[in-house]
Design a protein around this ligand. Structure first.
Ligand SMILES: Cc1cc2nc3c(=O)[nH]c(=O)nc-3n(C[C@H](O)[C@H](O)[C@H](O)COP(=O)(O)OP(=O)(O)OC[C@H]3O[C@@H](n4cnc5c(N)ncnc54)[C@H](O)[C@@H]3O)c2cc1C
Length: 504
């Protein structure tokens, strides 16, 4: 059966990347289908570290409080030494929130709870993943993609303007497109399992034989669940017994303790670590995002975060192009996100080497707050500046006062699907209002008052600066009031047009 009416976007795979894209498209009113070949939601805790930048994304998507409530902070890790001594230390450095960075410390949330919260948000927006529905074939032409879906023993052919493969490391979409996935197998195989157990306390992350790739094993309590996440390297070849009995035996062999009993295993997997990056993120009307585009070792907790942020980068661009912005806007997705994945792979592999030496510590580099796109074709600076915040950087938060004297956070102004223009003590020619752009004048007598210089200090703004914030919270342009024409052109090129035909 063929459905004649084309949807805008077919999203293949309802993991963290697919769900993020679906939420973003749903709140923008884009028509889409989110299909998932599994019959039920994924049950594993695997990608459990949520980095501060992802928490900012989750704030914008309206789920940060629910995500935080379903997890907690990383516990201290307890290293057990051969001589019977133990040492407690922080694996993740705690950072107090500051006004420009409201989320300082990564959170620990099992992946199945993160995805559950995302699905609930999607329901609030009137959508849901279609479980038990697999993409089995597709082809594209100049106008769209024809896709064959298999569900409940039946097949259906549909048309979509775009297809996004968020279908994980073995991506069917990537393989069908014959996009290369070069990289290396890292020669490390590991198990990860969600277990209930007796014999260990739930206040610390228990780590035995750190630095030994033969005998290392760790047990991380998963807050708000009764589970521990068990992790450890295993031999490259051979069957691994992932039953409760098998894991109890493995635990006894590695810890030398006979008092730790695995009672149940709710999910378990043995996997080979790879570091691979897709040659291309876009082929015509088809995109790759998340693990479909990059796969990496779990060290550093970057995978899920990078996947969420891929989708967050792509969502607003797809919506803009579907509303009339130039197609070339979509080229900036690969231009911006592929280099980020390349450096994240480098970081994860470096941390894997640290782990092999028993010296794994995670600092600021894993928090993803310094990720940006300064070299992007979407970053405009007129004139060029030397400051902490440049075009392409993440737009920091700051606390100002509204004209009525009320406290106003920039992040509250950014929240939603629009662009935001902050005009700092601008006196000259106004920027024309247009759909999809919120404009705030920051000055005495303006819409916002920077009475304590928090905005001007954080952004190093000088009077006459216009700072344009993209829908995904990055600085698109910083332009002095003398360069109004350059800003008008930029706005036009990203689809923010004036006049009756304007579409936002
Ligand atoms: C064993 C393991 C341990 C990990 N540990 C960590 C960790 O500690 N920290 C961390 O940050 N990350 C970790 N990761 C990585 C993290 O889980 C991933 O980065 C994250 O799940 C990526 O999300 P995604 O949505 O891109 O892909 P996935 O979560 O893989 O989702 C892809 C979805 O697409 C579906 N699908 C596939 N083909 C089709 C099709 N043809 N039709 C319809 N649906 C399809 C799949 O069923 C799946 O549900 C780990 C990964 C693995 C495998």
């Amino acid at each position: 059966m063929t459905e004649d009416t084309a949807i805008d976007v077919l999203i293949c795979g309802a993991g963290a990347a697919g769900l993020t894209l679906a939420i973003d498209l749903a709140r923008r009113g884009v028509s889409f289908r989110l299909i998932e070949k599994m019959d039920d939601p994924f049950r594993g805790s695997r990608g459990k570290g949520i980095q501060p930048r992802t928490l900012e994304v989750f704030e914008d998507l309206g789920i940060v409080d629910k995500i935080a409530a379903s997890g907690g902070y990383y516990p201290q890790q307890r290293e057990y030494h051969d001589d019977g001594s133990v040492k407690d230390a922080a694996l993740v450095e705690a950072c107090e929130p500051i006004p420009s960075e409201p989320y300082g410390t990564p959170l620990l949330v099992p992946q199945f709870l993160t995805e559950k919260t995302m699905r609930e948000r999607l329901v609030e927006l009137g959508h849901a993943p279609e479980f038990g529905c697999a993409l089995v074939a597709f082809e594209q032409d100049g106008q769209g993609v024809t896709a064959r879906l298999a569900s409940g023993g039946e097949e259906q052919t549909i048309r979509a303007r775009y297809l996004v493969g968020t279908d994980g490391g073995r991506s069917f979409v990537r393989q069908t497109l014959a996009v290369g996935f070069p990289g290396k197998t890292l020669g490390v195989r590991a198990i990860v399992a969600d277990v209930t157990l007796t014999g260990l306390s739930r206040d610390v992350w228990h780590r035995f034989n750190e630095g030994s790739m033969e005998t290392q094993i760790s047990f991380c309590p998963l807050t708000e669940t009764g589970f521990f996440q068990l992790q450890g390297p295993v031999p490259l070849e051979g069957e691994i017994d992932l039953s409760a009995e098998g894991l109890t035996t493995l635990t006894a062999e590695r810890t030398g303790r006979a008092d730790i009993f695995i009672q149940s295993v709710s999910w378990a997997s043995a996997f080979n670590m790879n570091a691979r990056l897709a040659d291309s993120y876009r082929v015509g009307r088809i995109f790759l995002a998340g693990d479909a585009a990059h796969t990496h070792p779990p060290t550093g907790g970057q995978g899920l975060n990078t996947s969420v942020q891929d989708a967050y980068n792509l969502g607003w661009k797809l919506a803009a192009v579907l509303s009339g912005a130039p197609e070339t806007l979509l080229d900036s997705y690969e231009e911006e996100r592929r280099p980020i994945a390349a450096s994240m792979l480098g970081l994860a592999v470096r941390l894997l080497e640290d782990m092999k030496r028993g010296d794994l510590r995670r600092g600021r580099e894993v928090r993803q707050l310094d990720i940006g796109y300064p070299g992007s074709s979407l970053s405009l600076e007129e004139p060029q500046r030397q400051a902490r915040v440049l075009a392409g950087n993440r737009a920091p938060d700051a606390l100002l006062k509204g004209a009525a004297g009320q406290p106003v956070r920039l992040f509250d102004l950014f929240k939603g699907s629009h662009w935001t223009l902050l005009e700092f003590e601008v006196e000259r020619v106004a920027i024309h209002p247009r759909k999809g752009l919120h404009i705030y004048r920051i000055s005495q007598g303006g819409d916002l008052i920077d009475s304590e210089n928090r905005f001007s200090d954080t952004y190093e703004a000088t009077p006459g600066d216009r700072i344009l914030i993209r829908p995904d919270g990055y600085v698109g342009a910083i332009v002095s009031q003398r360069e109004t024409a350059a800003l008008e052109t930029y706005l036009h090129d990203v689809g923010l047009r004036t006049g009756p035909a304007a579409r936002g």
